[in-house]
Design a protein around this ligand. Sequence first.
Ligand code: BES
Ligand code: MN
Ligand code: ZN
Length: 489
Amino acid sequence: MISLTQAHPATVVADALVVICQSGPDGPTPLGDVPDDVAALVSATADVLGLTGGVDEVHRLPANGLRTRSLVLTGAGEEVTPESVRRAAGAATRTLAGLGKAAVVLPDDEPATLAAVAEGALLGAYTYTRYRLKPSKDEDKAPLGEVQLLLGHRATKAENRSAERAQVLADAVHGVRDLVNTAPNDLYPAAFAETARAEAKGVKGVKVTVLDDKALAAGGYGGLAGVGKGSTRPPRLVKVAYSPSRPKASVALVGKGITFDSGGISLKPAANMDEMKSDMAGAATVLATVLAAARLSLPVAVTAWCALAENMPSGTAQRPSDVLTTYGGTTVEVLNTDAEGRLVLADALAAAVEEEPDLVVDVATLTGAQIIALGRRVAAVMGTDDARDEVVAAAAAAGESVWPMPLPEDLKEGLKSKVADLANTGERWGGTLTAGLFLAEFVGTTPWAHVDFAGPAYNVGTAYGYTPVGGTGMGVRTLLTLLESRAAL
Ligand code: BES
Ligand code: MN
Ligand code: ZN
């Protein structure tokens, strides 16, 4: 929970006073309206404490002379930008799990700084404890309960709105993390659909439609049906439509929702297969985004499409060489059942563009090649030029890392099938781009962007900044910022 207060750092009562520090050649500089005592303490003890103000550096000290129970110094690095303070605030609140309230000193009085600190502090205040039933360990702690931003004056309307937006955004990101972190024995397509219904309940202007396996078969959704066939838990297509009264634009968001990707008959190796519970991150992202847009009453019509299936090997599973007919009639020869994401997305994209949105964006943990190309923290964006650039610009504004990638014509050759309209895999090199080219076949002439966040959606390393281990919730900020830009046009 976030609040804005007039209180001053020297007199505010809380468990921690958080001060963001910039690092420089002469050591760390505490930013904002910090009490003289704190500034003096920082400069007098930086060297002995090893305090530099560097990125992801967090020190917790006893708070002599303050009314808070501790002083937390967190580093923003050399450059003070919205993203560096977002990250510094998140690194601090992440270490404060188990405590009640932190008061944060704002580094400056820019509106963008307030928004970033609010977001970072809330994003860092996250822990996932659903399956930890024996309390004892560090990780069991509940997240920090409350974040107070020290304004020094009465909050303006704009400042209150900014804090509210940060809260809605953080709730959305936390929702994605929760879904991604949920074990796949608990989160299967029908369970995801029920969650979508439950979360949408009471959100104004939102309507949820669920197509079950029978409806999918009857409706010609051969991609979802084919991928879902191997599992005892059948596929679903969930449509969550937010329709404001006078929309300035309409945007469709399509998410890959493989609740577990074993690879199917083209079975994955055992090592790290557990990470494939995160293969529904795209669907979770578009669900959270449409609900956040509705909660913020954005004047943009947004429809999220969650393409949900469990990819399992079994006697009923699809085989390499099976041919399926996707929604809209394109036939696909399945050469590798582990290239399943593009099959479920083909159905959902084709259905989404049928409604003629101004723009369609899909989000998917689509290829291991994305991680090879850009690493674990930078997502790839492809698509029609304008739409791709719109996503890149939104990500830059939101402080998320994405990079534009091409869709080279020559790679289309690899997607030729000996028997069907398309094959579901092509040549090995540039696998992310081939997957993008495959999806391009299903969007017709609608402006379209495709985000492959196979790496960034799930943090298999250690926590950093506002990003915890496990589901990261990356993508929500970019999509929400994109929708806000469309609303402002
Ligand atoms: N879900 C995976 C992609 C993935 C890999 C996401 C690693 C996150 C981390 C996807 O369904 C997949 O298996 N893709 C294959 C495609 C190949 C068979 C053409 C891949 O990347 O190996
Ligand atoms: Mn796969
Ligand atoms: Zn997958």
